[in-house]
Design a protein around this ligand. Structure first.
Ligand code: UVW
Length: 319
């Protein structure tokens, strides 16, 4: 067998474009700068039916929480409940007040999440050229905090790749390109416009709910696959935010070169495209298939977590 060598991200992306410095030396939100009042107002005009869709997966779902290998699902712990108040040591509140309290211990990249632009890197530099050592002990630069401060509002276009390919879910390691996205939009009777928030459905996590832990064997999610042309398309289309229903938004291992999560780096680290993962698109997709309206007003407000590399979020699409 011929020996195959996997290139480094530095080698693979040596000539890949970056937007470093485009919005100033102190920028921390990257391509979200493409979303201004004009995009917000245009997207508001898409709300014609009064339909509301929430895209977050259930934290603590009894059916299980799909997470990136090595992470653990969120744990919710009940701290106070009615049994607390049976104890003779329980505090007494005037009037006989009882209450329930709980807490969660969760990866900020578990469940539906926004990534800060400093979440991934190679070659010692994160988004905008900040030193990767600024991530030590918490992200001093390009955390999720500035993204949460500004919020994300714009036109979302749902690209239902599973439906387009005529299957309930895309397969392990199945790839698609920007040209497939354009063809999918066309088949849906919609179009991808400049500065759109791309919302891509694969329905791959259905396999997690069917297979449980077996889902992680040979883990290789389907998704977009790197090419210089695809990166240039994202750059030309000024895409601010990529939202998918998979754990990592792209094919896990690039079949062309063996490198993991190439697009996290080409798109997020280099172009400043914000990534949103593990969205639940089922209700939205079913509705789009029914009424043929595949675009809508997208609103997401991740939690303001100081120095956080990510944050849970419940994005909303209105039609
Ligand atoms: C990694 O980048 C490892 O994970 P995520 O899918 O949360 O971005």
């Amino acid at each position: 067998e011929p020996e195959t060598t996997v290139p480094s991200l530095e080698e693979l992306l040596a000539d890949s474009p970056t937007n470093w410095g485009k919005w100033g030396d102190d920028d921390e939100v990257g391509s979200l700068n493409y979303l201004g009042p004009e995009q917000v107002l245009a997207a508001v005009g898409l709300v014609r039916q009064g339909k509301v869709f929430t895209l977050q997966r259930l934290i603590g779902d009894p059916k299980g929480d799909p997470v990136w290998p090595g992470r653990t699902p969120a744990e919710r712990t009940q701290i106070l409940d009615e049994s607390t108040w049976d104890s003779p040591d329980a505090p007494q509140y005037p009037g006989g007040l009882h209450y329930a309290d709980d807490k969660i211990n969760a990866f900020l990249q578990g469940s539906t999440q926004y990534d800060g632009l400093g979440h991934v890197w190679y070659g010692g530099k994160i988004w905008n050229g900040y030193d990767a050592r600024t991530t030590i002990g918490g992200l001093d630069k390009a955390s999720v905090e500035p993204i949460a401060q500004r919020g994300v509002v714009g036109r979302a276009v749902l690209l239902d790749m599973a439906r387009f390919r005529g299957k309930p879910t895309l397969d392990k390691g199945e790839t698609f390109t920007h040209e497939d996205l354009v063809a999918c939009a066309q088949a849906q009777g919609t179009e991808i416009r400049k500065r759109d928030i791309l919302v891509i459905r694969t329905n791959f996590l259905q396999l997690f709910f069917e297979q449980g832990e077996g889902f992680y064997e040979g883990f290789n999610e389907p998704g977009l696959v790197y090419s210089p042309e695809l990166v240039q398309w994202f750059q030309d289309m000024e895409i601010p935010n990529l939202v998918t229903d998979t754990i990592a938004n792209e094919v896990t291992t690039d079949p062309n070169n063996g490198v993991a999560l190439v697009l996290h780096n080409a798109l997020m680290r280099n172009l400043g495209v914000t990534l949103t993962e593990i969205a639940d698109l089922e209700a939205l997709a079913a509705d789009c298939a029914e009424d043929g309206q595949y675009d809508g007003l997208y609103v997401a407000a991740p939690l303001k977590v100081h120095q956080g590399s990510g944050s849970p979020v419940n994005p909303v699409v209105l039609k």
